[in-house]
Write a protein that binds this ligand. Structure first.
Ligand code: BEZ
Length: 208
């Protein structure tokens, strides 16, 4: 069955570079940025692992735990982490799933045979503290992910949850947000006492 937004993220138990985890237990009350890589000791992956490690505080500030995955063993991952730390000038602390038998990459549909029969592509799952899948993105093997966008979409999801709003194109934190069409003007006045701007009956902006 294909995974879809709003589905409960499938649970699993697996060895990682920080020991064995039960995925749901490990997420706990946090959110999770679960992201896959084709292989250890490859250039694009090395930069992405390094970037995630460099952004440890930004993820923690948002209550998000990063979890990497590639289809290699814990021993290989641990050797690779030394290289990531050396070449990316960082200290990688988050766990990386050892998915040498590809059980988890298959469960999460991270293998796209048209790209590679054996290696995972660059999948991103943002999973919330209720273990629901909130975002899925898939990048090809040759293109490193944009981490500003990953943090931006986490901010947009968390702002939407907190205030019951949607976010417009290219939204960044602090910019105006959209009042969903399901909220009447009467309810919007109560919910957003700071006021709102009505461009069309279906397009209303406010600040939160
Ligand atoms: C990389 O991470 O650099 C990479 C991995 C597989 C194919 C192409 C690039």
């Amino acid at each position: 069955m294909a995974l879809r937004l709003g589905d409960t993220a499938p649970n699993f138990q697996i060895d990682t570079t920080k020991g064995k985890i039960d995925f749901h237990e490990w997420i706990g009350d946090s959110w999770c940025f679960f992201f896959s890589h084709p292989a250890d000791f490859t250039p694009v992956c090395t930069t992405e692992m390094g970037r995630t490690a460099q952004l440890a505080k930004q993820f923690a500030d948002r209550n998000v735990k990063p979890l990497g995955l590639s289809t290699d063993t814990v021993e290989e991952h641990n050797k690779w982490i030394e290289d990531v730390n050396d070449t990316q000038d960082t200290t990688l602390e988050f766990p990386i799933v050892a998915d040498a038998d590809k059980k988890i990459s298959e469960l999460y549909e991270m293998i796209h045979p048209g790209e590679s029969e054996t290696a995972a592509v660059r999948s991103v799952y943002i999973i919330d503290s209720n273990k629901k899948i909130r975002l899925m993105m898939t990048y090809p093997m040759s293109v490193g992910r944009n981490f500003d966008e990953i943090l931006r979409v986490i901010d947009a999801l968390q702002t939407g949850d907190k205030h019951g709003v949607a976010t417009p194109a290219d939204w960044t934190p602090g910019a105006r947000v959209i009042i969903p069409p399901t909220v009447s003007n009467e309810d919007a006045q109560k919910k957003f006492p700071q006021g709102f701007e009505e461009i069309r009956s279906y397009l209303r902006y406010t600040k939160v």
